[in-house]
Design a binder for this molecule. Structure first.
Ligand code: TMP
Ligand code: MG
Length: 222
């Protein structure tokens, strides 16, 4: 007898500058998807995952909010740590997707490229930044929560961590838009109300989940 293979889950990535609403929308999207009648299950994931060994090094780096390089980790090394923090999660991510569960991810390799490249230093060209993440699982869709950086900077808590300076965030936004791949990116207006944005994302996510059937997982940037 034939046993139906469960269709795989959909990999949905949410990207944007700091304080664009990603974490709130990621949680909301998972809740909305699981609340749908029907067979959709969704879980969340986030990068950096600050709980692992690499994540602890990254957290220490980020919470030094002086904004100077000081005695901190060098630019290429921290970039590699962020990439390692994703690489070590791939076995679990693949397993989750293959059992039919969709995964909503708060930041992914696009943040890796955008933040490192925005530093503008020698040796941090886009190609180098992308190369170290090439081959991880390609998202089915990326929701880019686009927001003017002055609006993001006016939101609560902005400025607490390294990178949270408006001039730098402007460079990050530009880098994101430079690497946006029209084939699977949706650029969304993150100034709209939480609920309106949540509804828009739910609609787009469901459309994507329905399209995922029988599509094999693909490697990113290869
Ligand atoms: P978070 O605010 O989503 O916890 O992310 C922490 C910071 O790390 C944020 O400013 C973006 C930055 N970042 C990178 O520089 N490279 C990466 O690969 C990722 C995932 C985040
Ligand atoms: Mg942040």
């Amino acid at each position: 007898t034939l046993v139906a293979t469960p269709r795989r889950g959909t990999l949905i990535v949410i990207e944007g500058v700091d304080r664009s609403g990603k974490s709130t929308q990621a949680a909301s999207l998972v809740a909305r998807l699981n609340a749908l009648s029907g067979a959709v299950t969704a879980v969340s994931m986030r990068f950096p995952d600050r709980t692992t060994q690499t994540g602890k090094l990254i957290d220490a780096y980020l919470t030094q909010k002086d904004g100077t390089d000081g005695d901190s980790i060098d630019d290429r090394t921290i970039h590699l740590l962020f990439a390692a923090n994703r690489a070590e999660a791939m076995v679990q991510l693949r397993k989750t997707l293959m059992t039919g569960t969709s995964v909503v991810v708060d930041r992914y390799a696009f943040s890796g490229v955008a933040y490192t490249h925005a530093k503008g230093a020698a040796g941090l060209d886009i190609e180098w930044c992308m190369a170290v993440d090439a081959g991880i699982i390609r998202p089915d869709v990326v929701f880019f929560l686009d927001i003017p950086t002055d609006v993001a900077a006016s939101r609560g808590e902005f400025g607490q961590e390294r990178y949270e300076r408006q001039d730098f965030q402007e460079k990050v936004r530009t880098a994101f838009l430079d690497i946006a791949d029209k084939a699977y990116w949706k650029i969304l207006d993150a100034r709209q109300s939480k609920d309106a944005l949540g509804e828009e994302m739910l609609h787009l996510a469901v459309t994507e989940i329905l399209k995922t059937e029988n599509k094999p997982l693909q490697p990113l940037w290869q």
